[in-house]
Design a protein around this ligand. Structure first.
Ligand SMILES: [Fe+2]
Ligand SMILES: [Fe+2]
Length: 145
């Protein structure tokens, strides 16, 4: 059985996953202009992946008799496009840090299944981080500099 510490970390992960699934969905809706057509599908696809992450973590937490939170972490949609992408890069960096920490704690508790779960999710978050940073590098505001 997982420690309270690990269960709390998993619930923090769930709160973050709910946050970003809403954040990316609303950005997908609010994003306007030519860029919208280039990236809208990817935002939608990432939002759905985040929802699936929340569900997978919740299933594992439930197995440990933990109750998954229904409350998202602070949702930061942003206004202009560059601001949105900055918030998304930050969210992915937070996820990467937290999921590495969770793997360390799971290892210390001799829990390879939780470790393996978060290994897979971490790989997705690194791909999301790569997408958002590539998007930022390709933005017109940045090209002018
Ligand atoms: Fe995620
Ligand atoms: Fe992500």
């Amino acid at each position: 059985m997982a420690s309270e510490k690990l269960k709390n970390m998993m619930n923090k992960a769930i709160a973050n996953e709910i946050q970003v699934s809403i954040q990316y969905m609303w950005q997908h809706v609010q994003w306007t202009g030519v860029e919208h057509y280039a990236v809208a599908d990817e935002f939608k696809s990432i939002a759905i992946q985040e929802m699936k992450h929340a569900e997978m973590i919740a299933e594992r937490l439930w197995y440990f008799d933990g109750v998954p939170t229904t409350k998202p972490s602070t949702i930061t949609v942003g206004g202009v496009l560059e601001e949105m992408v900055d918030y998304d890069i930050k969210a992915e960096e937070d996820a990467i840090e937290l999921y590495k920490d969770i793997q360390k704690v799971a290892d210390a508790e001799n829990d390879p299944t939780t470790r393996f779960l978060f290994e897979g999710i971490l790989k997705d978050e690194e791909e999301h981080h790569d997408f958002f940073t590539s998007l930022k590098d390709g933005m017109p505001q940045k090209r002018k500099r």
